[in-house]
Design a protein around this ligand. Structure first.
Ligand code: SF4
Length: 351
């Protein structure tokens, strides 16, 4: 985890100049970077003074990703970084459920989510009370929650999963009756993948969606393939089954970046939030992005000004608080994920 203490407008501009999607202004100028600088350097100073670490999800604005982040990634990677960090304060620049996951794993640290709108259509599609009701309706089922759920929902489930490990975990789980929640598309993709692997399990799923990923359809893929026959289609498992079936690669955000880093191909269509397209444009300038992407209003509701304010005097709604009995029950579902997905788990660190 790197820790910047200062940045110049020119350095920031070098990281942002190729980005044409996902930013506040869609294209960054040196002048814009100069305007960002006072607040950025104040954040970096406050961070040092307060022994804070700033963890930034790939979907937030690139002017945040490439200026104040100690670590950039998806919620799973960032939560692991939170465990490794010795900082007392974690500024989790993302949405609330991600801050909650960091707090579940780091009860002794202060976790702050600066976003003005920290919601998520997927996490907000189901409550803990609804899971309790489902458990009454489906006795004998193993309840699996995607990491994009609230702490109350995680506390009611048996195992938590990420987009990167959901298939492995469901295959490895001993039970053959599975209730997956909250994403209906990931649920259908899970059913299809288990069939492909010859795994016989009765899988039911909830009907939540991510409003960003549900936008995409196979017709977009066919159109782009006609225009660019050499294009590689990269999608997220929160997309529908048709999109997944017609993609060249399907994976979580970190896996998608890794695929593009290693792929020989030059052109990509990325069916996910624009933040990842921005990272592609900034970090792989020799690769070409085609088609369009979709913005998540929740992720993009994080601003540099809000991060500064959260460091100076966090508002009660920004500080993640979890009742200890709920945290302990939610922790069990995360520990079950580490047990089924990895040979060792946080707080031990697997390399
Ligand atoms: S991109 Fe989708 S899943 Fe991620 S925070 Fe936004 S609404 Fe939620």
């Amino acid at each position: 985890m790197s820790s910047k203490t200062q940045i110049t407008a020119q350095e920031l501009y070098e990281r942002l100049k190729n980005i044409k999607v996902g930013g506040q202004v869609c294209q960054y100028s040196l002048k814009k970077c100069e305007e960002f600088l006072p607040v950025i350097n104040e954040i970096l100073r406050l961070k040092q003074e307060m022994n804070a670490v700033i963890l930034v999800h790939s979907y937030v604005g690139p002017e945040i990703v490439y200026s104040v982040a100690d670590s950039i990634g998806d919620s799973y990677k960032l939560s692991r970084e939170a465990v490794q960090s010795t900082a007392k304060i974690i500024i989790f620049v993302a949405v609330r459920f991600m801050g909650e996951t960091a707090k579940i794993l780091n009860p002794g640290k202060t976790v702050i989510v600066p976003a003005r709108e920290p919601g998520c259509t997927l996490a907000d599609s189901i409550t803990g009370a609804q899971v309790r009701e489902l458990r009454r309706q489906y006795p004998g089922y193993t309840f699996i929650c995607y990491v994009n759920t609230s702490v109350d929902v995680k506390a009611e489930c048996d195992v938590c999963v990420t987009s990167a490990n959901v298939y492995t975990i469901v295959e490895r789980l001993p039970g053959d009756k599975i209730y997956f929640l909250p994403d209906k598309f990931m649920g259908q993709n899970l059913v299809n993948e288990m069939k492909k692997r010859g795994v016989k399990k009765d899988i039911k799923f909830w009907n939540g969606t991510c409003y960003v990923h549900e936008e995409y359809g196979a017709e977009q893929i066919f159109k782009i393939r006609t225009e660019y026959p050499d294009v590689k289609i990269v999608s997220h498992p929160e997309c529908n089954a048709e999109v997944v079936r017609n993609s060249d690669f399907v994976g979580g955000t970190e896996q998608m970046l890794d695929y593009m880093r290693k792929a020989d191909a030059k052109r990509f269509l990325m069916l996910t939030e624009c933040g990842l397209s921005s990272r592609l444009q900034s970090e792989f300038p020799d690769k070409e992005l085609v088609g369009s992407c979709t913005l998540c209003k929740y992720m993009k509701s994080n601003t540099l000004e809000d991060i500064r304010q959260a460091l100076q005097s966090p508002k009660p709604g920004q500080v993640v608080e979890i009742a200890e009995p709920v945290r302990l029950r939610a922790l069990k579902s995360l520990e079950a994920m580490f047990k089924y997905a990895e040979p060792c788990a946080p707080p031990q660190v697997c390399e």
